[in-house]
Write a protein that binds this ligand. Sequence first.
Ligand code: AN7
Length: 351
Amino acid sequence: MAYQGVIKTYKEFLPVNEKTPYVTLLEGNTPLIQARNIPAKIGLDARLFFKYEGLNPTGSFKDRGMCMAVAKAVEDGSKVIMCASTGNTSASAAAYAAHANLQCIVLVEGGGIALGKLAQAMIQGATVVEIDGNFDQALKLVKEITEIYPITLVNSLNPFRIEGQKTASFEIVDQLGEVPDYHFLPVGNAGNITAYWKGYKEYYKHGKSQRLPKMMGWQAEGAAPIVRGEPVEKPQTIATAIKIGNPASWNFAEAARDESGGVIDMISDDEILTAYSLLASHEGIFAEPASAASLAGVIKYKDRGGFKGGETIVCTLTGHGLKDPDRAMKYASPPIKLKANIDDVMSVLNI
Ligand code: AN7
């Protein structure tokens, strides 16, 4: 049978009853791509895989949890959903609200989110509010508003978001045919590392897998509250998706790290951009900068002597590169501009 989306595919593992609608844009079922060139290029003796979540319907992993959160909002008779966002959550909320005929309100930092994400939320009919403040302030406002008014909060504080997102772990185990030794991913609000760890543990408990991976979370240096052990009041990073100073799922992220014997550490913006460019130019995978934090983490951990050799490593690439075209335009070499004649064109080619 054709693929039916996250809720139907994994309903035995999800909070689904006879009243829960199968809200879906056919999210999930994303490819697990084995790296062909990067291990040799960086001197890594391991099997390296990318879970390419940028291929979800709105271009990020958020769709896995949003279908579940919106399905439960519909089940509960809610008419309006709301979130704060660094961009991808707002794009996903807007899309699923449009699909399920709900109203959607998103609060974002004015000038702080990538172009593609803003465009998505706007064209998908959300009420987009740009505040003069950052994500952490926006989330605080959304929590206050949704406590008072009959509006469903769809940030990852909503437990149904985590439930949907955990299905990525199931897919990885099924696609690999085993559990990876290490799972690397970016950490922002820390919902995703929480969800992956929950998913790995549930598959293990149900006898679908024989062991658990080490969870390896990576924050940007300018937005690394968990690594530094205190909230960051004015987070800064070019990876705008993870520009978060006070993550909602902080404790769950630490639990995932500690229970799995993993690590939460940080990488610089330069390291993120190097990994971003490597992925695009050496694998043909265009992921957004925040996503490349996972590969940047692999490189950092390898350079530190963290791997023994021969491991299986999965990196989640959380969002599509087209979300943030400005960053690619700034980072890559500009096009060569020439007159329209063969001699001019051939003169610049090394052929
Ligand atoms: C591409 O959209 O928080 O640690 O509001 O968009 O679960 O927060 C986005 C987060 C990583 C971090 N990669 O995940 C939002 C938002 C991308 C992201 C993360 C985000 P969490």
